[in-house]
Design a protein around this ligand. Structure first.
Ligand code: NAI
Length: 698
């Protein structure tokens, strides 16, 4: 069923019914248009009600139709809205729960709208780099007023129905109905059944007292806030057309042109890619969606250091009780004090209410004894990164935890399969790799061990949603998806220094490309000693791999980054501003002399390509090895964990935008550079195959 039709007394009720959110797919549109036709033909019907079954009035376009011809099959949304608007009997939208995008545009085509309080009303198209393309930019300013409509369309954020009903002079909602919406809406429809002419939003005027000045001001504001994203300004121009155009139709033309232009922008393609990538990432190929889940009501975290505290906060925020376990009382006290400090900072900034803070702290307990955590459903270990320490912890956990408890490690470099083997229950063990700061960063790498049970995976994927993380599944390997790729990126960054770049030149180029932070500022933030430790291991394990030794020289000076007041940059006490360092400049000159390198000028374009294509090539290996499930998962890792620019859609989406042919051409060019590493630039077999088959990653 896609939309049902019934007659209640004199009122025809069309109920959109296309779970989960009554997306306006082809069948639903057709059934709705048919319902209007039936109501027209039935002399006994005096008015029509459109409402939604289940959890929504309508969430808008059916995302399953995105990009398929069905999306525009007639009746397309504008045609359906015309059918509704031209109905000779009054049509009332009865709105509840969610009314977004095309759903709101449909409602705006109705003659009247009534709503339950608390319904989320939005035109979120801008979040996909688009604008509302079925009259929303023309009708919402007419119904709600220009300023509030502009806010909604440019931000895409939902506003509660009862708040919108309070906007002075608004004609969006004729009534807010407390209690039984359907009964109230039917009563309303009966009241207005005989009124003529039928009110149409398109016939209202979109007015503003000072339209020229207002839109100029808004252009400046929106332009400044939406760098790299063309959609918000296009939205603004469409809304301006609702005021300045001679007719409704002319405004609609501006809207259509804007929509068509935005559809073609790489930014919108990237945003739509990211939207679908996020949904795809939550699915695991061989774990069916109806896999039973283990109940998670209590969580324990082992280790209350940098990561443990942040990890605990995620669960407290979601209302789950957490017990922190440490070896020493001081460590516990320190960990809890940090959690408090974090929450208090949020309270100070007005981001968290005092009572919420107290509620969260009340969910937190601490202990030095494993006896106190044995009933936990999930344990996350975040102790020192040493296999022997992990071994002791997992043996303890195996001895005390109740059967079926999920045992997770937050390790960033150790072998999850070896950790699982410390227990008699490897099926219950997996990696949950949080990123620092763990209470802030969206990314969660779910590391699937050789024996991890499917219901364990299903459980943590659902739990990740609950704690508002973007979970991406990774197989077991050194560095998992994100860090294994970043190592290649860092190696290239080192080669760039050898060849003559300064850290600030590399960082600037990468930041102009859109990364939140360049590799050297990032190193200073995370601590250069981490990479040093990894390199020392690599020199032994993989002596054939080349690394620039400049970072080793830096670490030998104790320049670990912000925490030591000096790294690739200098820092003033207590400040985070990265100041180019004469010490580093001298160090690099000396290093280049030592390796016999002649510095040359390197373009920003080359810098960016070498770093980003290094990520892409390693990701292609990860895909081939089955460590990453899909290219779009890699993009989610980089968008949510590594500050990759959203409007470029992630490294794989970016490579596709550049074109794999051009990517390989560039890699071959880099391989010919004697100062670079030819072996580094050997394209991964997957890239060669895709290229030969004329395919792309995404
Ligand atoms: P940390 O040194 O800040 O905290 C470790 C805590 O574990 C300390 O408070 C220590 O007292 C406690 N601890 C040590 N042995 C213990 C034991 N046997 N039982 C109970 N508690 C014990 O370390 P951090 O940075 O929080 O790292 C923890 C884990 O998270 C490591 O495996 C690390 O690789 C991983 N990780 C770290 C990230 C980071 O950015 N710091 C990012 C992602 C993962």
């Amino acid at each position: 069923m896609t939309a049902s039709y019934e007659v209640r007394g004199e009122i025809a009720v069309i109920t959109l019914n296309n779970p989960p959110v009554n997306g306006l797919g082809f069948e639903t549109r057709r059934a709705t248009a048919e319902g209007i036709a039936r109501a027209e033909a039935d002399a006994a019907v005096q008015a029509v009600l459109i409402t939604g079954a289940g959890k929504a009035f309508s969430g808008g376009a059916d995302i399953r139709e995105f990009g398929s011809p069905k999306a525009m099959a007639e009746p397309n949304l504008p045609s359906l809205i015309a059918v509704v608007e031209n109905c000779s009997k009054p049509v009332v939208a009865a709105i509840h729960s969610v009314c977004m995008g095309g759903g709101l545009e449909l409602a705006l085509g109705c003659h009247y709208r009534v709503a339950a309080p608390g319904a989320k009303i939005a035109l979120p198209e801008v979040k996909l780099g688009l604008l509302p393309g079925a009259g929303g930019t023309q009708r919402l300013p007419r119904a709600l007023g220009v300023e509030p409509a502009l806010n909604m369309i440019v931000s895409g954020e939902p506003v509660a129905s009862e708040l919108l009903a309070q906007v002075p002079g608004q004609k969006l909602f004729q009534k807010i109905i407390e209690g039984d919406l359907l009964a109230g809406a039917i009563a309303f429809a009966q009241e207005v059944a005989a009124q003529r002419p039928l009110p149409k939003v398109r016939e209202l005027r979109a007015r503003h007292a000072e339209p020229q000045a207002f839109f100029q001001f808004a252009r400046n504001m929106v332009g400044a806030q939406s760098r790299n994203f063309p959609a918000p300004l296009r939205c603004l121009e469409a809304v301006a057309a609702s005021v300045f155009s001679k007719s409704f139709e002319e405004g609609i033309r501006v809207e259509r042109e804007g929509f068509a232009a935005l559809m073609q922008t790489p930014e919108s393609k990237a945003l739509r890619h990211a939207f679908f990538a996020e949904r795809a990432a939550s699915k695991i190929g061989d774990v069916p969606e109806d896999t039973p889940q283990r109940p998670i009501a209590k969580v324990a975290v082992i280790g209350a250091g940098t990561m443990g505290g942040g990890i605990a906060m995620n669960f407290l925020n979601a209302g789950l009780p957490v017990t922190l376990l440490e070896t020493k009382q001081e460590a516990l006290d320190r960990g809890i004090a940090t959690i408090r400090k974090n929450y208090e900072a949020q309270v100070k900034k007005g981001k968290l209410k005092e009572d919420k803070y107290q509620q969260r702290m009340a969910l937190l307990s601490s202990t030095l004894s494993y006896e106190d955590i044995r009933e936990a459903d999930l344990v996350i270990e975040a102790v020192f990164e040493e296999l022997s320490v992990k071994e002791a912890v997992f043996k303890q956990l195996d001895a005390v935890m109740k059967p079926g408890a999920i045992l997770a490690t937050n390790t960033s470099t150790l072998d999850v399969n070896r950790i699982a083997a410390f227990t008699q229950r490897p099926q219950d063990v997996l990696g949950l790799h949080f990123f620092s700061p763990a209470n802030v960063m969206k990314l969660l790498e779910v590391v699937r061990g050789e024996h991890t049970a499917k219901d364990v995976l299903a459980t943590v994927m659902a739990l990740a949603k609950k704690i508002k993380k973007t979970a991406v599944v990774s197989g077991v390997c050194d560095g998992f998806i994100g860090n294994r790729m970043i190592e290649q990126y860092s190696r290239q960054a080192g080669f760039l220094l050898d060849e003559g770049c300064t850290p600030q030149q590399v960082d600037r180029a990468v930041e102009q490309f859109g990364f939140a932070m360049g590799p050297f500022r990032m190193g200073d933030l995370a601590g250069n000693d981490i990479g040093w430790a990894i390199r020392k291991r690599r020199y032994v394990e993989k002596p054939h791999l080349r690394y620039s030794a400049s970072a080793d020289r830096l670490c030998e000076l104790g320049r670990f980054g912000q925490k030591t007041g000096a790294g690739w940059y200098d820092y003033q006490p207590g400040k985070r501003e990265a100041i180019p360092s004469p010490v580093v400049e001298a160090l690099l000159s000396k290093h280049r002399e030592a390796i016999g390198a002649k510095p040359r000028a390197i373009s920003d374009e080359e810098i960016v390509q070498r770093l980003v294509f290094a990520l892409v090539n390693e990701a292609a290996h990860l895909l081939e090895e089955g460590i990453a499930q899909r290219a779009s998962d890699v993009d989610m890792v980089y968008l949510t964990g590594y500050g990759f620019p959203l409007w470029r859609g992630g490294p794989m989406c970016y490579a596709d935008t550049v074109g794999l042919f051009n990517v390989v051409q560039a890699m071959q060019r880099f391989a010919r550079n004697p100062a670079d590493d030819a072996a580094f630039w050997e394209p991964a077999p997957l890239i060669k195959r895709l290229l030969a088959e004329g395919k792309s990653f995404t």
